[in-house]
Design a protein around this ligand. Structure first.
Ligand code: ATR
Length: 273
């Protein structure tokens, strides 16, 4: 029986154990998948204990994705572009660090929601770990110009520099966001909904056919998605689908096959509407 886990802090309410149990059942793979609560200070030790116990793979969530990147013996290109790791795969040299978040988001938007991302004028709100994780995959998926705004403008500048496409990716002040016209795709990658009020956003940001996406789900996504609906978004999408899709990508790395996600997504949706 192979052993997997998600590391985070807090992590007790993570849906990943349910998702991976369902995928395992579907694939006929007998696996154990636990939650392991670890602060950044204790993460190395906790991962070492997991390794010694024969751990074959792990997911990493807040606030450990940057630490996981630092601890991995090798990393994939997409993990390096994000500067963060959400998936660890055990191999001979130690842990391989990958990042499936961006791919998960793109799969959810283009597959489940049938959005055509190509040439979409996109606004990304936030410049923390979540934003870094998804921006490269959005660019690879062919979105048009990308504007990044953040409460702390220096972090938006740093993310724009990191993405290395100055003709296509721009940083702007959050308080000037009303001057940018409207967008086809607006993505909330801030953690504001988790513990504070969303920054004020003018309704003029929303075009007639725009889609709005919050990378969080549940309570944390409510404020932004309510704003998006009030502003006339054609679609208001939370991060539950992305969560399931990034899990499927991790599952594929560990088990060599990508599970069907629709049933698992529908079951979670019923419980976390
Ligand atoms: P995550 O991994 O969730 O992105 P993070 O790296 O701490 O976590 O980044 C949190 C993001 O949410 C940042 O963009 C942060 O803005 P700052 O860089 O200015 O801190 C943003 N954020 C958090 N609380 C916010 C609030 N109340 N209003 C606006 N932005 C907020």
């Amino acid at each position: 029986r192979r052993h997997y886990a998600v590391f985070g802090h807090p992590v007790a309410h993570s849906l990943s154990p349910q998702i991976h149990a369902a995928f395992g059942k579907q694939a006929g793979i007998d696996l154990q998948y636990d939650t392991i609560d670890a602060t950044a200070e204790r993460f190395f030790e906790a991962l070492q204990a997991f390794t010694d116990g024969g751990g074959a793979g792990a997911n990493v969530t807040l606030p450990l994705k940057e630490s996981a990147f630092a601890l991995a013996a090798t990393t994939t290109e997409r993990a390096r572009r994000a500067g963060a790791v959400n998936t660890l795969v055990r191999c001979d040299e130690g842990w391989l660090g990958d990042n499936t978040d961006g791919e998960g988001l793109v799969r959810d938007l283009t597959g489940r929601h049938r959005l055509d991302l190509r040439a979409r004028r996109t606004l990304l709100i936030g410049a923390g770990g979540a934003a870094r994780g998804v921006a490269p995959a959005l660019l690879d998926a062919g979105i048009g110009e990308l504007y990044i705004v953040n409460r702390t403008s220096e972090r938006a500048d740093a993310l724009v520099d990191r993405l290395g496409q100055p003709a296509r990716v721009h940083s702007r002040y959050l308080h000037d966001v009303g001057k940018l016209g409207d967008f086809d795709l607006i993505i909330n990658a801030t953690s504001a909904g988790r513990d504070a009020a969303m920054p004020h956003l003018p309704m003029s940001l929303m075009g007639a056919r725009s889609a709005a996406v919050d990378l969080s789900y549940g309570e944390a996504a409510t404020a932004f998605l309510s704003w998006a609906r009030a502003a006339g978004a054609r679609e208001a999408i939370d991060g539950l689908g992305m969560l399931v899709e990034q899990a499927a990508e991790s599952f594929a790395l560990w088990h060599g096959m990508r599970p069907q996600t629709d049933e698992v997504h529908a079951a979670l949706r019923q419980r976390n509407a």
